[in-house]
Design a protein around this ligand. Structure first.
Ligand SMILES: Cc1cc2nc3c(=O)[nH]c(=O)nc-3n(C[C@H](O)[C@H](O)[C@H](O)COP(=O)(O)O)c2cc1C
Length: 199
């Protein structure tokens, strides 16, 4: 059961608490989130990505900057993500605008990835059509060769985005579909307003 008084006045702190509880409940990938973007005409598209942390007031994930999602975000920075933590019967929805993570932070994260993933980032022209899997595997071999004697650098077209929330909703299942919903939204003077929503 959720009570307004038990919620942190800062929704990012409240998120951290629920994220930790989701992990502790045995959720295998609590960091998996569905990311919605839209074209400039407002046509939506949706895919899963992984939350890699909350820094500088936003939800961070990494991807290919030439992918469909990135092209949509470059022309329309509005985005939304949703988490579903089924063990605890909880959902969190986040909405806001996206900014790019600076290159130093992207380099830092890229260095923590396995060599295979680093080579994969070079070989994948994410969201482009390719003739067959052999084409991809050939690119992997080529990049393994060119990086054989050195550290794999981060491709300029690979990096991260940060979703700066202007609204975050915490939802928890209750009997008879009378669920608890609390939404934080940012006011004109940049304070968080917390409201209970009808289920
Ligand atoms: C659980 C899960 C996690 C994923 N995490 C990422 C991710 O962090 N970054 C990413 O670029 N793609 C990730 N993907 C793949 C994306 O869902 C998607 O296929 C890819 O990014 C291309 O999307 P786009 O064509 O809309 O840009 C993930 C897929 C799944 C199922």
């Amino acid at each position: 059961m959720m009570r307004k008084n038990d919620l942190d006045s800062n929704p990012l702190k409240q998120f951290d608490k629920w994220f930790d509880e989701a992990g502790a409940s045995g959720e295998t990938m609590p960091e998996a989130m569905a990311l919605a973007t839209a074209s400039p005409a407002g046509i939506p598209s949706l895919r899963m990505v992984l939350l890699k942390g909350i820094h500088k007031g936003g939800f961070e994930f990494f991807t290919n900057f030439d992918s469909r999602k990135s092209l949509e975000l470059e022309t329309n920075p509005n985005a939304a993500v949703v988490f579903w933590w089924k063990n605890l019967r909880r959902q969190v929805r986040v909405e806001g605008a996206i900014e790019r993570i600076d290159s130093e932070e992207a380099d830092e994260y890229f260095r923590t990835r396995s060599r295979g993933s680093q080579i994969g980032a070079w070989a994948s022209h994410q969201s482009q059509a390719i003739s067959d899997r052999a084409e991809l595997e050939k690119l992997v071999k080529d990049y393994e060769k060119s990086f054989s004697d050195r550290e794999v650098s981060r491709p300029s077209y690979w990096g991260g985005f940060r979703l700066i929330p202007d609204s975050i909703e915490f939802w928890e299942e209750r009997p008879d579909r009378l669920h608890d919903r609390f939404r934080y939204r940012i006011s004109a003077d940049k304070n968080w307003i917390l409201e209970r929503l009808s289920p």
